[in-house]
Ligand binder design. Structure first.
Ligand code: FAD
Ligand code: NAI
Length: 466
């Protein structure tokens, strides 16, 4: 079996790259060790988490907002088994969609663990131990990432769990302890908080989402506290014990005092680490970089000619859309094109409700870089659309260069922010000024008017509705 390209890993990086390679006429094979395609994102990441976030938000609205809308629903109950079953359906339909796309594009899919025999030979070992060798001109490593943890908080997959187990929990936690106030902790914590759990978050830093804009972090903290979250900042977890019926987490607070937290489950969500186990990188001479990542250059090429790496296994944000763009980039490079990726404009979204979305620089980053900037922000509560749907919490904040007016960063906490952020990404890709964004006609009534108002505020402090 001779290929132009062999891709190891079928997540959003790998499978999208395979499609683009095939579109460009390259003979392509995709290797996946699991029986379903789609990687972390489709199986145990983006898709299942969003399915449960949507279900739990429906329940939360039914129990909190319907009455105010004039809709009486007596005895609303959670059927967690059904909620998980629907999530599983969404996952399997989405994974089947990837299989269809592989067939449609005539991509050979090999199920088994892929490993390097040498630079141009990849061995695929299936679940029964049978192996097949593929020869290839080029290889793209897209093996993704796994949950990370630190000593003392090793997940036992029973009560001390990662996102993977949490997504299959068939009962609502009563007292959920979450270690890490990052994206996973807040998204999966929200699912159970909306369904009635007390959620106690233990975080090492002094705020939630520590790498995002400080104002976003403040605004979302208010929202989540209302939803029943408790936050314990500047805490260092010492150990987590499974008591059989629950968990006890011991931590040191900012004053170095020992504190204990009791709950029925502990979700460990302290980041993810690149996954390269069993790849046999040494057989091809591929060099590793820092923190378990594969080292790549600006063209995503490793130190070995013909071997590339993309997605969570290389530097940059661990996001599905970043992995996809990198997959397309390498495919086009292999086909002799001159692709380009703008790493400054990869949007980030947190699917709480309201949602959080951001692109470009945070205020903290601009300060640290000594950039002379101006800020315009607009609260959702001043928007007619937000009042109509009772989504009054949140704000849009625009950061622009003080001299040139170029938009440098846009940060939102808003209903539908995940979709709204694309206006900012597009504007920034074309290097718009705050005034450009302010002068674009926005439909009324929509949440996007908050972006226009924030742009007006950034331009000459001339927001119209506040
Ligand atoms: P992966 O999706 O991890 O895929 C790697 C694949 O390679 C896996 O299928 C693995 O089995 C396979 N593999 C590994 N080694 C081998 C081998 N030797 N041989 C054969 N196959 C191998 N990102 C977003 O952008 N939006 C979100 O909403 C979002 N939500 C998330 C929610 C959760 C709970 C989690 C955990 C992650 C979420 N992410 C989200 C992150 C996103 O899932 C990852 O950034 C993305 O999946 C990375 O894609 P990838 O192709 O690099 O790797
Ligand atoms: P994260 O990096 O987002 O957050 C980890 C949090 O844990 C940080 O706040 C960090 O300060 C804290 N932390 C680290 N060590 C700690 C310790 N010892 N004790 C207490 N707190 C500690 O990582 P997370 O939430 O695990 O998610 C992993 C990645 O998955 C994300 O970075 C993101 O790339 C991706 N993801 C993306 C989603 C999206 O796009 N909506 C959703 C879920 C995951």
């Amino acid at each position: 079996m001779n290929y132009d390209v062999v891709i190891i890993g079928s997540g959003p990086g790998g499978y999208v790259s395979a499609i683009r390679c095939a579109q460009l006429g390259l003979k392509t094979a995709l290797i996946e060790k699991y029986s379903t395609l789609g990687g972390t994102c489709l199986n145990v990441g983006c898709i299942p988490s969003k399915a449960l976030l949507d279900s739990s938000e429906h329940y939360h609205q039914a129990t909190h907002d319907f009455e105010k809308h004039g809709i009486d629903v007596s005895s609303v109950k959670v059927n967690m088994k059904q909620m998980i079953a629907r999530k599983n359906d969404v996952v399997s339909q989405t994974c089947d969609g990837v299989k269809y796309l592989m067939d449609k594009n005539k991509i050979d899919v090999h199920h088994g663990v892929g490993s390097f025999v040498d630079k141009n030979t990849i061995k695929v070992t299936d679940a029964k131990g049978k192996s097949t060798n593929l020869t290839t001109k080029n290889t793209i490593i897209a093996t993704g990432s796994k949950p990370n943890y630190f000593p003392g908080m090793e997940p036992d997959k029973d009560r001390i769990i990662t996102s993977t187990e949490m997504l299959n929990l068939e009962k609502v936690a009563k007292n959920l302890i979450v270690i890490g106030a990052g994206v996973i902790g807040l998204e999966l914590g929200s699912v159970h908080a909306r369904l009635g759990a007390n959620v106690n978050v233990i975080e090492f830093a002094d705020k939630i989402l520590p790498t995002m804009d400080g104002d976003v972090s403040k605004e979302l903290t208010k929202v989540l506290k209302k939803e029943g979250f408790k936050f314990n900042f500047k805490h260092r977890v010492q150990n987590v014990k499974n008591t059989g019926k629950g968990v006890v987490v011991t931590a040191l607070n900012a004053k170095d005092e020992e504190v204990k937290f009791e709950g029925d489950y502990c979700l460990v969500a302290v980041g993810r680490k690149p996954f390269t186990e069993g790849l046999g990188l040494e057989n091809a001479g591929v060099k590793m970089g820092e923190r378990g990542m594969i080292e790549v250059d600006d063209h995503l090429k490793t130190n070995v000619d013909g071997i590339y790496a993309i997605g969570d296994v290389v530097r940059g944000p661990m996001l599905a859309h970043k992995a996809e763009e990198e997959g397309v980039f390498v495919a086009e490079l292999l086909a002799g094109q001159k692709p380009h990726m703008n790493y400054n404009l990869i949007p980030g979204v947190v699917y709480t409700w309201p949602e959080v979305a951001a692109v470009g620089k945070t205020e903290e980053e601009l300060k640290a870089a000594g950039v002379n900037y101006k800020v315009g922000s607009f609260p959702l509560k001043a928007l007619g659309r937000a009042r109509a749907s009772m989504d009054l919490m949140g704000m849009v904040k625009i950061l622009a260069d003080a001299e040139t007016d170029e938009v440098l960063g846009v940060h939102m906490v808003s209903a539908r922010a995940a979709d709204m952020i694309m206006e900012a990404v597009t504007a920034m890709e074309f290097r718009a000024s705050a005034e450009d964004m302010a002068r674009i006609c926005h439909p009324h009534p929509t949440f996007t008017e908050a972006t226009k108002e924030a742009a007006l505020a950034a331009t000459e402090n001339r927001a119209l509705h506040i």
